[in-house]
Structure formats: structure tokens, C-alpha cells
Design a protein around this ligand. Structure first.
Ligand code: HEM
Length: 418
């Protein structure tokens, strides 16, 4: 499969290239396809695909141009993924969240939840995140082969989400389950075995768990968790009365903070194993961790793309976009753009412009949880480096066939203590 793909890249007519095929991400064979687009057609039209016609924007500069022009490129009109929003039944709650709203509706909602993940609040979270990271690392089976994704990436993110929501700690894996379900749409994952009615029922179970949490938390004095903050903010104090908004906002925060951080944790281990010179550099100078963190996020790019819909005709990179067109910003490609990042495929932990990546997006929708994500990664790597000489990848990596989230399912590792 990989060799056929690789030989096709140079010969296939430009208009036949479809970078949205989920298998490109499952096989990790997307690089040459985007390289060709960046070189020959950084604004590229594909007339048909599983998700209909779409424009691909693949260079760093043009991605920024689209992402910062929210007046022309709407998140609300057609949603944020190449797959159109999944509508089950008009009578069912779809979940409306601010990531899919345009101005002026978007900003007040964002501002209402943003303080939860602002620096002051993160300072409150850090000791707890560290304590839980240490607890995970200390209980790992040294000398045995195990799946890093399950034991560390998922577990740490679940614990962090439980902290963020003030969710019962013993039930934290439910948050992971709901996040997985929220993104389990066949057009995105390429997996059509999921029963969408069962999915809906389970998500309604999530809503009712959060309603219950809301009722309990409302009786308590204000705290630092997200639910408490929503209750005690004028803008959102009655959010629980609007089921669309309530479920949508909660799911956005669970999904936003789950897959993304999880895959950055897994991606960091893969990248350091792929580039042992960088692992060695890190051992010699753990002080590089604060710069390594954005570099890992760039290298991994956990959100592969964001989609916009043009509200008017617009010329982009010499191409004529028409009102109503679907425009996909491929962050993964922007972060490999050699015009911005030298030796872009390589992880370079002291890369001077690591922070210049587009993995968190740009403009009004720029990731709200970016500092929280970086905090988690920094704390985890600080604690890993105190304990382990190497987290060695010892087997085949399994990835997900998903063109939206760059998902890693299995990373077999073995630990080598200091
Ligand atoms: C490495 C980890 C993460 C990555 C790569 C990531 C990536 C992104 C991206 C690409 C966007 C859309 C940006 C745009 O459209 O311009 C976004 C938005 C968002 N992210 Fe993250 N994210 C991460 C972690 C988190 C965490 C931990 C949270 C938890 C609170 C979070 C919450 C959100 C929210 C609420 C939005 C919507 C912002 C808005 O529409 O105004 N993210 N994220």
C-alpha cells in the first residue's frame, strides 16, 4: 500500500489528488501528497470526494490568511470539519458550541469559559496535574512491554479532564468514552460500524451526568472547576436551561482537551524515538522541555484540519474561491512548510521558531486550551526525565484512519530507568 502510494504521488494528475482519504493518516503516508500540493497548488481544488468538493489550503501563510479572516471564512455556515455536520433527526439535540459560531455570537461564549484555562487558574491546577502524572509514572510496569497510549496518554488526559470539570475521579474514563463517541462520525473516521442511535443515547447519558453535577455544584461555594465557573458567571449561569448549548459546550471542552493532548503525549514518544539525537540532547539538557513542548505539538499536529465555508467570493493564493465553497486548512501540512520550518519533518527540540506552528489555529477561534495542553506536556516530560533514561518504542505503531484527529492507538514501549 505504502509503495503504491509513494509512486503515485508524482504521476497522478493534480486534480485527482484527494488528501482527505482517511487511509493516508492511518498509514502515515500523507507527507509526499502535501509536499506536492504545497509546491504546485497550495490552494487546490478537488471536485469530488466522500465529503463533496473542497479546496485544500496547505501552506503556512495561506492557512493563516484563511484562519484570521473570519468575516469571509465561516465556522458556523458548514461546521469545522470536512465532513458536514452530522444531523440525526431534527427533534434530537445536536449540541451547539462556540467553536461552530461566528461573531458576534462566538466571543461572549468563549469569554465566559476562557477563565477556567487562564494562567491564574492553571497555577491552581499544576500541583494536582503533577501529582497525578507522578502517580501514573510510578505505577508503570518497568521491564515489560506495554501500550503507552492506554497507560499514560489516555490515563493522564482522563485525570486532567476530571480535574478540569471537578468530575468524580473514579468515573474519569467515562469522559474519555464520551469524547471518543462525540467524534465517532463515519465520514470522519472511515468506520461505519457505529450505531448512531446508540451513540446518541450514550451522549444523552453524558448530558444527564453533567446536569446532575451542575445541580450538586450549584449548592457549593465557588471553586476553580469549569462547572463551578459556568454557574458563577453571569453569561453562563443559566446555560443548563438550554440543552443545545449545555451539551455542546461541555462536549467541546471534553473533546478539545482529550484527543489532542492524548495524541501529543503519544506523538512526543514517537518523535524522540525517531530522532535519537534529539532524545540525547534532551537528556543532556532537560531545560529544553519548555521549547520541546510546542515543537512536539508542531510535529504531531493533533488536529489535522479545520474547515471553513466562504461567505463571499474571495481570491486566495491566485485561486477564485466562490461563495459557499468548502475550504479546508490542513494544519498538518502548514506545520511541515519548509518556507517556515527548516528540516520540517524532523523534531528539533531547540528549534528557534517552534512556537510559530499553526497546530492551535489562528484568529478568533485559536485554541482556548493551548496553555493547559502545554502545561500538561511540560509537567509530564519533566517527571519522565527524572525517572527514565528512555521510553523505548519496541514494536509497530497503530494509527487511526481519521482525517480530522491525528490519532495514535497503540505505541508498544519498554521503560529504561535512569
Ligand atoms: C495539543 C493540544 C491541543 C491542540 C493541538 C488543539 C487544537 C485546537 C485547534 C486547531 C482549534 C481550532 C482553532 C481555529 O479554528 O483557529 C482549537 C480550538 C479549541 N480548543 Fe484546542 N487544542 C488542544 C488542546 C485543548 C485543550 C486541553 C482544551 C481544553 C480546554 C481545548 C479547548 C479548545 C476550545 C474550547 C476551542 C474552541 C475555541 C473557539 O472556538 O474560540 N483545546 N483547538
Amino acid at each position: 500500500m505504502d509503495s503504491i502510494e509513494a509512486s503515485d504521488v508524482a504521476s497522478i494528475p493534480l486534480e485527482e489528488i484527494d488528501v482527505s482519504r482517511p487511509e493516508l493518516f492511518a498509514n502515515d503516508t500523507w507527507q509526499p501528497w502535501f509536499e506536492r500540493l504545497r509546491k504546485e497548488a497550495p490552494v487546490h481544488y478537488r471536485a469530488d470526494s466522500v465529503n463533496g468538493p473542497f479546496w485544500s489550503v496547505s501552506s503556512h501563510a495561506l492557512i493563516k490568511e484563511v484562519d484570521t479572516n473570519h468575516k469571509v471564512f465561516s465556522s458556523e455556515k458548514g461546521g469545522i470539519a470536512i465532513a458536514d455536520p452530522y444531523v440525526m433527526d431534527e427533534s434530537q439535540i445536536q449540541g451547539q458550541s462556540f467553536i461552530t459560531l461566528d461573531e458576534p455570537k462566538h466571543m461572549p461564549q468563549r469569554m465566559a469559559v476562557a477563565p477556567t484555562v487562564a494562567p491564574k487558574n492553571l497555577g491552581e491546577f499544576e500541583p494536582l496535574i503533577r501529582e497525578r502524572a507522578i502517580d501514573i509514572l510510578e505505577s508503570l510496569p518497568v521491564g515489560e512491554t506495554f501500550n503507552w497510549v492506554q497507560e499514560v496518554s489516555i490515563e493522564l488526559t482522563a485525570r486532567m479532564l476530571a480535574i478540569l470539570f471537578g468530575f468524580p475521579y473514579e468515573e474519569r474514563r467515562k469522559l474519555v468514552r464520551w469524547s471518543d463517541l462525540a467524534t465517532a462520525v463515519p465520514e470522519v473516521t472511515g468506520d461505519d460500524s457505529i450505531d448512531m442511535n446508540e451513540r446518541y443515547e450514550e451522549l444523552m447519558g453524558a448530558a444527564s451526568a453533567f446536569y446532575q453535577l451542575w445541580t450538586e455544584r450549584a449548592k457549593e461555594p465557588p471553586k476553580f472547576d469549569l462547572i463551578s465557573m459556568l454557574i458563577h458567571n453571569e453569561e453562563t449561569a443559566r446555560m443548563n436551561e438550554d440543552p443545545e448549548l449545555f451539551l455542546g459546550t461541555i462536549l467541546l471542552l471534553i473533546v478539545g482537551g482529550n484527543d489532542t493532548t492524548r495524541n501529543s503525549i503519544s506523538g512526543g514518544v514517537l518523535a524522540l524515538n525517531k530522532y535519537p539525537d534529539q532524545y540525547q540532547k534532551l537528556r543532556e539538557n532537560p531545560g529544553l522541555i519548555p521549547n520541546m513542548v510546542p515543537e512536539i505539538v508542531r510535529w504531531q499536529t493533533p488536529v489535522i484540519h479545520m474547515r471553513r465555508t466562504a461567505l463571499q467570493d474571495y481570491e486566495l493564493g491566485g485561486q477564485q474561491i466562490k461563495e459557499g465553497d468548502k475550504v479546508v486548512m490542513w494544519y498538518l501540512s502548514g506545520n511541515r512548510d519548509e518556507a517556515v520550518f527548516q528540516d520540517a519533518d524532523k523534531l528539533i527540540i531547540d528549534r528557534p521558531n517552534a512556537r510559530g506552528h499553526v497546530a492551535f489555529g489562528f484568529g478568533v477561534h485559536r485554541c482556548m486550551g493551548n496553555r493547559l495542553a502545554e502545561l500538561q506536556l511540560r509537567v509530564l516530560w519533566e517527571e519522565i526525565m527524572k525517572r527514565f533514561h528512555t521510553v523505548e518504542v519496541v514494536g509497530d505503531v497503530e494509527r487511526l484512519p481519521n482525517n480530522f484527529i491525528r490519532g495514535i492507538k497503540d505505541v508498544p514501549v519498554r521503560l529504561h530507568p535512569i
